[in-house]
Design a binder for this molecule. Sequence first.
Ligand code: GLY
Ligand code: MN
Ligand code: MN
Length: 453
Amino acid sequence: MTHSLPLSEYKWRRQQLLAQLPPCSAVLLPAAKLRYRNRDAEYAFRQSSDFLYLSGFAEPDALMLLLKNASAESESILFVLPRDPAQEVWTGYRAGAEGAVEQFGFERGFSLDQQSEQLPGLLACCERIYYPFSEPVQGPDSLVAQIQGWCQQLQSKARSSAGAPQQLQNIEPLLHEMRLIKSDAEQQLLREAAKISAQAHCLAMQSCRPGMFEYQLEADIAHSFGQQGCRFAAYGTIVGGGANGCVLHYTQNRDALQDGDLVLIDAGCELDGYAGDITRTFPVNGRFSADQKILYQCVLDAQQAAIAAIRPGARFDDPHLAALQVLVAGLVEHGLLKGEVEALIASEAYKPFYMHRTSHWLGLDVHDVGDYQRDAESRRLQPGMVLTIEPGLYIAPDSEQVEPRWRGIGIRIEDDLLVTGQGSELLSWDVPKQIAEIEALMAQNRVHEADHG
Ligand code: GLY
Ligand code: MN
Ligand code: MN
Protein backbone atom coordinates (compact mmCIF):
# COMPACT_ATOMS: atom_id res chain seq x y z
CA MET A 1 0.00 0.00 0.00
CA THR A 2 1.33 3.43 -0.84
CA HIS A 3 0.15 6.48 1.02
CA SER A 4 1.95 9.17 -0.97
CA LEU A 5 -0.01 12.23 -1.94
CA PRO A 6 -0.45 12.91 -5.68
CA LEU A 7 1.96 15.37 -7.31
CA SER A 8 -1.00 17.60 -8.08
CA GLU A 9 -1.43 18.26 -4.35
CA TYR A 10 2.15 19.52 -3.97
CA LYS A 11 1.80 21.69 -7.10
CA TRP A 12 -1.44 23.11 -5.79
CA ARG A 13 0.25 23.99 -2.48
CA ARG A 14 3.08 25.83 -4.27
CA GLN A 15 0.56 27.72 -6.38
CA GLN A 16 -1.55 28.59 -3.35
CA LEU A 17 1.48 29.95 -1.54
CA LEU A 18 2.57 32.07 -4.50
CA ALA A 19 -0.99 33.28 -5.04
CA GLN A 20 -0.72 35.06 -1.69
CA LEU A 21 2.46 36.95 -2.63
CA PRO A 22 2.73 40.11 -4.71
CA PRO A 23 4.34 39.97 -8.18
CA CYS A 24 8.17 40.10 -8.24
CA SER A 25 8.52 37.74 -5.25
CA ALA A 26 10.80 34.77 -4.63
CA VAL A 27 10.53 32.08 -1.96
CA LEU A 28 13.68 30.23 -0.91
CA LEU A 29 13.30 27.15 1.23
CA PRO A 30 16.13 24.82 2.27
CA ALA A 31 15.83 21.06 2.82
CA ALA A 32 17.08 19.48 6.03
CA LYS A 33 20.65 18.23 6.30
CA LEU A 34 21.91 14.84 7.43
CA ARG A 35 22.99 14.82 11.06
CA TYR A 36 25.51 12.59 12.75
CA ARG A 37 24.66 10.60 15.85
CA ASN A 38 28.30 9.71 16.39
CA ARG A 39 31.34 9.04 14.23
CA ASP A 40 30.22 7.95 10.73
CA ALA A 41 26.76 6.92 11.99
CA GLU A 42 23.97 9.19 10.81
CA TYR A 43 20.55 9.71 12.30
CA ALA A 44 17.83 8.53 9.93
CA PHE A 45 17.16 11.44 7.57
CA ARG A 46 13.93 13.37 8.12
CA GLN A 47 13.02 16.08 5.64
CA SER A 48 12.08 19.50 7.00
CA SER A 49 8.29 19.57 7.31
CA ASP A 50 7.92 22.83 5.36
CA PHE A 51 10.03 21.42 2.52
CA LEU A 52 8.14 18.13 2.52
CA TYR A 53 4.83 19.97 2.49
CA LEU A 54 5.71 21.91 -0.67
CA SER A 55 7.57 19.18 -2.58
CA GLY A 56 7.25 15.62 -1.23
CA PHE A 57 11.01 15.53 -1.91
CA ALA A 58 12.86 13.56 0.77
CA GLU A 59 16.56 14.07 -0.05
CA PRO A 60 18.89 16.22 2.08
CA ASP A 61 20.59 19.53 1.21
CA ALA A 62 18.22 20.58 -1.60
CA LEU A 63 17.02 24.17 -2.11
CA MET A 64 13.59 25.16 -3.42
CA LEU A 65 13.00 28.40 -5.31
CA LEU A 66 9.48 29.57 -6.11
CA LEU A 67 9.20 32.61 -8.36
CA LYS A 68 6.38 34.98 -9.21
CA ASN A 69 7.38 37.50 -11.88
CA ALA A 70 6.07 40.97 -12.76
CA SER A 71 3.28 39.44 -14.87
CA ALA A 72 2.32 37.17 -11.93
CA GLU A 73 3.55 34.07 -13.79
CA SER A 74 5.00 31.48 -11.47
CA GLU A 75 7.80 28.96 -11.69
CA SER A 76 9.09 26.36 -9.25
CA ILE A 77 12.73 25.30 -9.33
CA LEU A 78 14.57 22.66 -7.33
CA PHE A 79 18.33 22.56 -6.69
CA VAL A 80 19.29 19.01 -5.72
CA LEU A 81 22.26 16.75 -5.07
CA PRO A 82 23.53 15.67 -8.50
CA ARG A 83 23.28 12.10 -9.78
CA ASP A 84 26.60 10.45 -8.89
CA PRO A 85 26.90 6.68 -9.38
CA ALA A 86 30.00 6.45 -7.16
CA GLN A 87 28.19 8.21 -4.28
CA GLU A 88 24.87 6.50 -4.90
CA VAL A 89 26.54 3.12 -4.35
CA TRP A 90 26.99 4.26 -0.74
CA THR A 91 23.97 6.40 -0.07
CA GLY A 92 21.33 5.14 -2.46
CA TYR A 93 19.40 6.58 -5.37
CA ARG A 94 19.15 10.30 -6.00
CA ALA A 95 16.53 11.88 -8.24
CA GLY A 96 18.96 14.46 -9.65
CA ALA A 97 18.00 17.55 -11.62
CA GLU A 98 16.01 15.54 -14.16
CA GLY A 99 14.11 13.68 -11.46
CA ALA A 100 13.17 16.99 -9.83
CA VAL A 101 11.23 17.76 -13.00
CA GLU A 102 10.05 14.31 -14.08
CA GLN A 103 9.27 12.77 -10.69
CA PHE A 104 8.47 15.78 -8.56
CA GLY A 105 6.76 18.09 -11.02
CA PHE A 106 9.07 21.11 -10.72
CA GLU A 107 9.39 23.26 -13.83
CA ARG A 108 13.18 23.30 -13.68
CA GLY A 109 15.81 21.30 -11.83
CA PHE A 110 19.47 22.16 -11.23
CA SER A 111 22.32 20.47 -9.50
CA LEU A 112 23.23 22.08 -6.16
CA ASP A 113 26.67 23.03 -7.48
CA GLN A 114 24.95 25.37 -9.98
CA GLN A 115 23.46 27.46 -7.17
CA SER A 116 25.93 30.35 -7.13
CA GLU A 117 25.94 30.51 -10.92
CA GLN A 118 22.14 30.46 -11.31
CA LEU A 119 20.65 32.15 -8.29
CA PRO A 120 21.69 35.79 -8.73
CA GLY A 121 20.20 35.76 -12.25
CA LEU A 122 17.01 34.05 -11.10
CA LEU A 123 16.55 36.55 -8.28
CA ALA A 124 17.33 39.63 -10.40
CA CYS A 125 13.72 40.37 -11.28
CA CYS A 126 12.50 40.02 -7.67
CA GLU A 127 11.78 42.89 -5.33
CA ARG A 128 11.46 40.70 -2.26
CA ILE A 129 12.70 37.35 -1.06
CA TYR A 130 10.76 35.25 1.40
CA TYR A 131 12.54 32.60 3.47
CA PRO A 132 11.94 30.89 6.84
CA PHE A 133 13.11 33.22 9.61
CA SER A 134 13.66 30.23 11.89
CA GLU A 135 16.64 29.25 9.68
CA PRO A 136 19.96 29.74 11.52
CA VAL A 137 21.53 33.11 10.69
CA GLN A 138 25.07 32.19 11.78
CA GLY A 139 27.78 30.69 9.59
CA PRO A 140 28.96 31.21 6.02
CA ASP A 141 26.87 28.24 4.82
CA SER A 142 23.64 29.50 6.34
CA LEU A 143 20.85 30.30 3.92
CA VAL A 144 20.78 33.86 5.22
CA ALA A 145 24.48 34.37 4.43
CA GLN A 146 23.97 32.86 0.98
CA ILE A 147 20.98 35.12 0.24
CA GLN A 148 23.03 38.14 1.28
CA GLY A 149 25.85 37.02 -1.00
CA TRP A 150 23.54 36.64 -4.01
CA CYS A 151 21.90 40.01 -3.33
CA GLN A 152 25.29 41.71 -2.99
CA GLN A 153 26.35 40.29 -6.36
CA LEU A 154 23.18 41.74 -7.88
CA GLN A 155 23.62 45.06 -6.10
CA SER A 156 27.10 45.50 -7.57
CA LYS A 157 25.67 44.94 -11.04
CA ALA A 158 22.54 47.00 -10.42
CA ARG A 159 23.75 50.11 -12.20
CA SER A 160 24.12 48.19 -15.45
CA SER A 161 21.17 45.79 -15.19
CA ALA A 162 17.71 45.15 -13.80
CA GLY A 163 17.96 45.51 -10.05
CA ALA A 164 18.21 43.62 -6.83
CA PRO A 165 15.78 42.45 -4.14
CA GLN A 166 15.24 45.13 -1.51
CA GLN A 167 13.25 43.25 1.10
CA LEU A 168 13.64 40.03 3.06
CA GLN A 169 10.43 38.65 4.52
CA ASN A 170 9.38 35.67 6.60
CA ILE A 171 7.54 32.95 4.65
CA GLU A 172 6.55 31.04 7.78
CA PRO A 173 3.33 32.85 8.76
CA LEU A 174 1.72 32.22 5.32
CA LEU A 175 3.10 28.71 4.91
CA HIS A 176 2.15 27.65 8.42
CA GLU A 177 -1.41 28.93 8.07
CA MET A 178 -1.70 26.73 4.98
CA ARG A 179 -0.32 23.73 6.88
CA LEU A 180 -2.78 24.33 9.72
CA ILE A 181 -5.84 23.60 7.55
CA LYS A 182 -5.62 20.00 6.40
CA SER A 183 -6.79 18.98 2.93
CA ASP A 184 -8.97 15.89 2.39
CA ALA A 185 -5.87 13.86 1.49
CA GLU A 186 -4.03 15.06 4.60
CA GLN A 187 -7.06 14.26 6.76
CA GLN A 188 -7.02 10.74 5.36
CA LEU A 189 -3.32 10.31 6.20
CA LEU A 190 -3.87 11.62 9.73
CA ARG A 191 -6.85 9.26 10.12
CA GLU A 192 -4.66 6.37 9.03
CA ALA A 193 -1.75 7.47 11.25
CA ALA A 194 -4.12 7.59 14.23
CA LYS A 195 -5.50 4.15 13.41
CA ILE A 196 -2.03 2.59 13.16
CA SER A 197 -1.01 4.30 16.41
CA ALA A 198 -4.21 3.07 18.10
CA GLN A 199 -3.52 -0.51 17.03
CA ALA A 200 -0.03 -0.31 18.53
CA HIS A 201 -1.51 0.86 21.85
CA CYS A 202 -3.97 -2.07 21.83
CA LEU A 203 -1.08 -4.46 21.28
CA ALA A 204 0.87 -2.94 24.19
CA MET A 205 -2.16 -3.29 26.48
CA GLN A 206 -2.44 -6.93 25.51
CA SER A 207 1.22 -7.80 25.92
CA CYS A 208 1.84 -5.91 29.19
CA ARG A 209 2.79 -8.10 32.21
CA PRO A 210 4.24 -7.24 35.64
CA GLY A 211 8.02 -7.65 35.55
CA MET A 212 8.37 -6.60 31.92
CA PHE A 213 10.61 -3.62 31.27
CA GLU A 214 9.34 -0.33 29.93
CA TYR A 215 11.60 -0.70 26.87
CA GLN A 216 9.90 -3.98 26.05
CA LEU A 217 6.55 -2.23 25.71
CA GLU A 218 8.35 0.41 23.64
CA ALA A 219 9.60 -2.44 21.41
CA ASP A 220 6.05 -3.80 21.05
CA ILE A 221 4.91 -0.36 19.90
CA ALA A 222 7.77 -0.04 17.39
CA HIS A 223 7.10 -3.56 16.10
CA SER A 224 3.44 -2.77 15.56
CA PHE A 225 4.24 0.51 13.74
CA GLY A 226 6.69 -1.31 11.47
CA GLN A 227 4.31 -4.17 10.73
CA GLN A 228 1.69 -1.63 9.71
CA GLY A 229 4.00 0.18 7.29
CA CYS A 230 5.47 2.92 9.49
CA ARG A 231 9.21 2.65 10.03
CA PHE A 232 9.37 5.60 12.39
CA ALA A 233 7.61 6.97 15.42
CA ALA A 234 6.62 10.62 15.13
CA TYR A 235 8.49 11.35 18.42
CA GLY A 236 10.32 9.41 21.11
CA THR A 237 7.92 6.85 22.60
CA ILE A 238 7.20 7.43 26.29
CA VAL A 239 6.59 4.36 28.46
CA GLY A 240 6.42 5.32 32.13
CA GLY A 241 5.47 2.80 34.81
CA GLY A 242 4.25 4.04 38.23
CA ALA A 243 5.78 7.40 39.19
CA ASN A 244 7.68 7.56 35.86
CA GLY A 245 4.27 8.44 34.41
CA CYS A 246 4.57 11.77 36.26
CA VAL A 247 7.59 12.77 34.13
CA LEU A 248 5.98 14.47 31.16
CA HIS A 249 8.63 13.64 28.57
CA TYR A 250 10.06 10.48 30.20
CA THR A 251 11.89 8.60 27.42
CA GLN A 252 14.48 6.60 29.37
CA ASN A 253 12.00 3.68 29.38
CA ARG A 254 14.38 1.53 31.44
CA ASP A 255 12.52 0.42 34.57
CA ALA A 256 10.66 -2.79 35.35
CA LEU A 257 6.86 -2.55 35.40
CA GLN A 258 5.45 -3.27 38.84
CA ASP A 259 2.34 -5.24 39.72
CA GLY A 260 -0.22 -2.75 41.06
CA ASP A 261 1.16 0.28 39.17
CA LEU A 262 -0.27 2.09 36.18
CA VAL A 263 1.78 2.49 33.02
CA LEU A 264 1.51 5.56 30.78
CA ILE A 265 2.32 5.15 27.09
CA ASP A 266 2.51 8.20 24.80
CA ALA A 267 3.28 6.98 21.29
CA GLY A 268 2.36 7.82 17.70
CA CYS A 269 3.57 6.64 14.33
CA GLU A 270 4.68 8.77 11.40
CA LEU A 271 2.90 7.96 8.15
CA ASP A 272 4.22 9.73 5.05
CA GLY A 273 5.42 12.46 7.38
CA TYR A 274 2.09 12.82 9.24
CA ALA A 275 2.00 12.17 12.98
CA GLY A 276 -0.24 10.22 15.30
CA ASP A 277 -0.09 11.26 18.97
CA ILE A 278 -1.95 9.02 21.42
CA THR A 279 -1.58 8.46 25.16
CA ARG A 280 -3.17 5.70 27.15
CA THR A 281 -2.70 4.86 30.82
CA PHE A 282 -3.59 1.38 32.01
CA PRO A 283 -2.89 -1.01 34.91
CA VAL A 284 0.23 -3.16 34.54
CA ASN A 285 -1.66 -6.19 35.91
CA GLY A 286 -4.86 -5.55 33.95
CA ARG A 287 -7.03 -4.30 36.87
CA PHE A 288 -7.28 -0.71 38.12
CA SER A 289 -7.15 -0.27 41.93
CA ALA A 290 -9.98 1.71 43.56
CA ASP A 291 -7.80 4.83 43.94
CA GLN A 292 -6.45 4.57 40.41
CA LYS A 293 -10.02 4.30 39.12
CA ILE A 294 -11.02 7.52 40.88
CA LEU A 295 -8.23 9.65 39.38
CA TYR A 296 -8.43 7.93 36.00
CA GLN A 297 -12.16 8.67 35.78
CA CYS A 298 -11.49 12.37 36.61
CA VAL A 299 -9.04 12.61 33.69
CA LEU A 300 -11.36 10.72 31.35
CA ASP A 301 -14.34 12.93 32.26
CA ALA A 302 -12.16 16.01 31.70
CA GLN A 303 -11.03 14.65 28.35
CA GLN A 304 -14.59 14.02 27.24
CA ALA A 305 -15.69 17.49 28.33
CA ALA A 306 -12.81 18.95 26.33
CA ILE A 307 -13.71 16.93 23.24
CA ALA A 308 -17.33 18.08 23.52
CA ALA A 309 -16.11 21.70 23.44
CA ILE A 310 -14.55 21.31 19.96
CA ARG A 311 -16.63 22.89 17.24
CA PRO A 312 -16.07 25.44 14.48
CA GLY A 313 -16.20 28.92 15.97
CA ALA A 314 -15.18 27.77 19.46
CA ARG A 315 -11.86 29.13 20.67
CA PHE A 316 -8.73 27.00 20.77
CA ASP A 317 -8.68 27.47 24.57
CA ASP A 318 -12.27 26.31 25.12
CA PRO A 319 -11.41 22.58 25.37
CA HIS A 320 -8.66 23.42 27.87
CA LEU A 321 -11.07 25.47 29.99
CA ALA A 322 -13.68 22.69 29.84
CA ALA A 323 -11.08 20.11 30.93
CA LEU A 324 -9.94 22.31 33.83
CA GLN A 325 -13.49 22.67 35.17
CA VAL A 326 -13.93 18.91 35.38
CA LEU A 327 -10.42 18.11 36.62
CA VAL A 328 -10.49 20.68 39.39
CA ALA A 329 -14.01 19.69 40.46
CA GLY A 330 -12.75 16.09 40.67
CA LEU A 331 -9.69 17.07 42.70
CA VAL A 332 -11.95 18.94 45.15
CA GLU A 333 -14.46 16.08 45.36
CA HIS A 334 -11.72 13.64 46.29
CA GLY A 335 -9.91 15.95 48.69
CA LEU A 336 -6.73 16.63 46.69
CA LEU A 337 -7.61 20.33 46.57
CA LYS A 338 -9.70 22.37 48.99
CA GLY A 339 -11.79 25.41 48.05
CA GLU A 340 -14.10 26.71 45.33
CA VAL A 341 -13.52 25.38 41.82
CA GLU A 342 -13.53 28.82 40.16
CA ALA A 343 -11.10 30.28 42.71
CA LEU A 344 -8.79 27.27 42.42
CA ILE A 345 -8.76 27.67 38.63
CA ALA A 346 -8.14 31.42 38.87
CA SER A 347 -5.22 30.94 41.27
CA GLU A 348 -3.87 27.99 39.24
CA ALA A 349 -3.86 25.86 42.40
CA TYR A 350 -4.15 22.77 40.18
CA LYS A 351 -0.75 23.38 38.57
CA PRO A 352 1.22 21.02 40.87
CA PHE A 353 -0.98 18.20 39.45
CA TYR A 354 -1.67 19.48 35.92
CA MET A 355 1.10 21.66 34.57
CA HIS A 356 0.66 21.48 30.79
CA ARG A 357 -1.90 22.64 28.27
CA THR A 358 -4.67 20.37 26.95
CA SER A 359 -4.05 20.71 23.19
CA HIS A 360 -1.66 21.39 20.38
CA TRP A 361 -1.99 21.29 16.59
CA LEU A 362 -1.10 17.99 14.92
CA GLY A 363 0.14 17.39 11.36
CA LEU A 364 3.54 16.94 9.73
CA ASP A 365 5.02 17.94 13.08
CA VAL A 366 3.66 16.36 16.22
CA HIS A 367 3.52 19.86 17.72
CA ASP A 368 2.38 21.27 14.42
CA VAL A 369 2.71 24.81 13.13
CA GLY A 370 0.04 27.51 13.09
CA ASP A 371 -0.70 30.36 15.47
CA TYR A 372 -2.74 29.72 18.59
CA GLN A 373 -3.82 33.35 18.91
CA ARG A 374 -5.39 36.07 16.81
CA ASP A 375 -5.31 39.70 17.96
CA ALA A 376 -4.00 38.57 21.37
CA GLU A 377 -6.96 36.22 21.86
CA SER A 378 -7.26 32.47 21.58
CA ARG A 379 -8.13 31.86 17.90
CA ARG A 380 -11.31 30.25 16.63
CA LEU A 381 -11.40 26.65 15.44
CA GLN A 382 -12.16 25.95 11.77
CA PRO A 383 -13.00 22.75 9.88
CA GLY A 384 -9.80 21.04 8.74
CA MET A 385 -7.76 21.85 11.83
CA VAL A 386 -6.41 18.82 13.71
CA LEU A 387 -5.56 18.99 17.40
CA THR A 388 -4.89 16.72 20.35
CA ILE A 389 -6.89 16.62 23.57
CA GLU A 390 -4.61 15.39 26.33
CA PRO A 391 -5.47 16.23 29.93
CA GLY A 392 -3.60 14.49 32.72
CA LEU A 393 -3.00 14.29 36.46
CA TYR A 394 0.48 13.84 37.83
CA ILE A 395 0.76 13.34 41.59
CA ALA A 396 4.44 13.47 42.50
CA PRO A 397 5.60 10.56 44.67
CA ASP A 398 6.85 13.03 47.30
CA SER A 399 3.79 15.30 47.23
CA GLU A 400 3.13 16.42 50.80
CA GLN A 401 -0.05 18.13 49.67
CA VAL A 402 -2.15 14.97 49.30
CA GLU A 403 -2.91 11.75 51.14
CA PRO A 404 -0.27 9.02 50.59
CA ARG A 405 -2.75 6.88 48.61
CA TRP A 406 -2.65 9.27 45.65
CA ARG A 407 1.12 9.70 45.47
CA GLY A 408 3.09 8.49 42.45
CA ILE A 409 0.05 8.19 40.19
CA GLY A 410 0.57 9.65 36.70
CA ILE A 411 -2.28 9.60 34.17
CA ARG A 412 -2.71 11.16 30.72
CA ILE A 413 -5.33 10.34 28.11
CA GLU A 414 -4.65 11.76 24.65
CA ASP A 415 -6.62 11.57 21.43
CA ASP A 416 -6.38 13.19 17.98
CA LEU A 417 -9.35 15.18 16.68
CA LEU A 418 -10.30 16.76 13.38
CA VAL A 419 -12.50 19.84 13.53
CA THR A 420 -15.47 19.23 11.22
CA GLY A 421 -18.40 21.34 10.01
CA GLN A 422 -20.54 20.27 12.98
CA GLY A 423 -18.09 19.45 15.77
CA SER A 424 -15.21 17.03 15.63
CA GLU A 425 -14.18 13.61 14.37
CA LEU A 426 -12.23 11.40 16.77
CA LEU A 427 -9.36 10.06 14.65
CA SER A 428 -7.90 7.84 17.37
CA TRP A 429 -11.12 6.00 18.21
CA ASP A 430 -9.66 2.55 17.71
CA VAL A 431 -8.13 2.04 21.17
CA PRO A 432 -10.20 1.77 24.36
CA LYS A 433 -10.11 4.32 27.15
CA GLN A 434 -13.11 3.46 29.34
CA ILE A 435 -12.01 1.56 32.47
CA ALA A 436 -14.22 -1.45 31.72
CA GLU A 437 -13.12 -1.59 28.07
CA ILE A 438 -9.42 -1.50 28.97
CA GLU A 439 -9.87 -4.19 31.62
CA ALA A 440 -11.86 -6.32 29.17
CA LEU A 441 -9.20 -6.06 26.44
CA MET A 442 -6.43 -6.90 28.91
CA ALA A 443 -8.42 -9.76 30.46
CA GLN A 444 -9.21 -11.33 27.07
CA ASN A 445 -5.60 -12.00 26.48
CA ARG A 446 -4.97 -13.29 29.99
CA VAL A 447 -7.88 -15.77 29.80
CA HIS A 448 -6.43 -16.96 26.50
CA GLU A 449 -3.07 -17.39 28.23
CA ALA A 450 -4.63 -19.37 31.11
CA ASP A 451 -6.38 -21.67 28.61
CA HIS A 452 -3.20 -22.43 26.72
CA GLY A 453 -0.49 -21.68 29.25
N1 GLY B 1 3.90 13.34 22.60
C1 GLY B 1 4.07 14.70 22.90
C2 GLY B 1 2.81 15.32 23.25
O1 GLY B 1 1.88 14.62 23.59
O2 GLY B 1 2.62 16.50 23.15
MN1 MN C 1 0.40 15.59 22.28
MN1 MN D 1 1.57 12.63 23.10
